[in-house]
Design a protein around this ligand. Structure first.
Ligand code: OAA
Ligand code: MG
Length: 199
């Protein structure tokens, strides 16, 4: 899942009311919807009706600092939905949209509208637009080294212990070279969202 962030911030309803999907008509094909529900695990803000609408609109996926529901229905549509967890309660008429396309926090990481969101079943990254080339170059370097290791493992490791063969493939050296080249990038840990998983 890769796409620009469309950010939404929720608050619980009060005197002013609203509901979960009040922003959906403003999303564009390709967007990744990024929902800040302040990590609340009691009140889902995404379900399979929203998945259906998002899929029809060509939206790439949804990232939630909070929970989703209707997991089976969304899985059937193969829609990427990364969140802290899920439960069965409806968020309808429990939350309202406070802001759309303003800076939000997801799992303590800042996400600005248009930041690149990259996610898979291992987690989610937030990449500022102006750092995309730098991050891609770093990722390609690591990927190339990992491919060498994979090939070696697939072709048999010729009696070597795996730990040694990993060293033989210069993984550590490649990593430290890449880190030395990009110290700022590595230290910043650009938005690694550890707690979200495919639901
Ligand atoms: O009620 C909700 O929280 C949202 C929902 O189920 C859906 O979109 O299908
Ligand atoms: Mg539903």
């Amino acid at each position: 899942m890769v796409g620009p962030a469309f950010t939404v911030k929720y608050v619980p309803i009060g005197e002013h009311k609203g509901t979960v999907g009040d922003y959906i008509d403003d999303c564009k094909a390709g967007d990744v919807i990024v929902l800040n529900n302040a990590g609340r695990t009691t009140c889902p803000v995404w379900g399979d009706i929203l998945t259906y609408v998002a899929t029809a609109k060509g939206i790439t996926g949804t990232v939630i600092d909070g929970v989703c529901r209707d997991v089976d229905g969304s899985r059937e549509l193969g829609y990427p939905m990364l969140s802290r967890w899920h439960n069965m309660v409806t968020g309808k008429d429990r939350v309202m949209v406070q802001s759309v396309n303003e800076t939000v926090a997801i799992s303590d990481i800042q996400v600005r509208p248009g930041d690149l969101i990259v996610g898979d079943e291992s987690g989610v990254l937030v990449i500022p637009r102006n750092r995309a080339d730098e991050v891609l170059a770093f990722a390609k370097e690591i990927d190339a080294t990992e491919r060498l290791i994979f090939n070696k493992v697939k072709n048999g490791v010729h009696g070597e212990r795996l730990a040694k063969s990993t060293v033989t493939m210069n993984y550590k050296e490649a990593m430290s070279k890449a880190i030395k080249k990009n110290p700022q990038l590595f230290n910043e840990q650009l938005g690694i969202l550890l707690h979200l998983s495919q639901n």
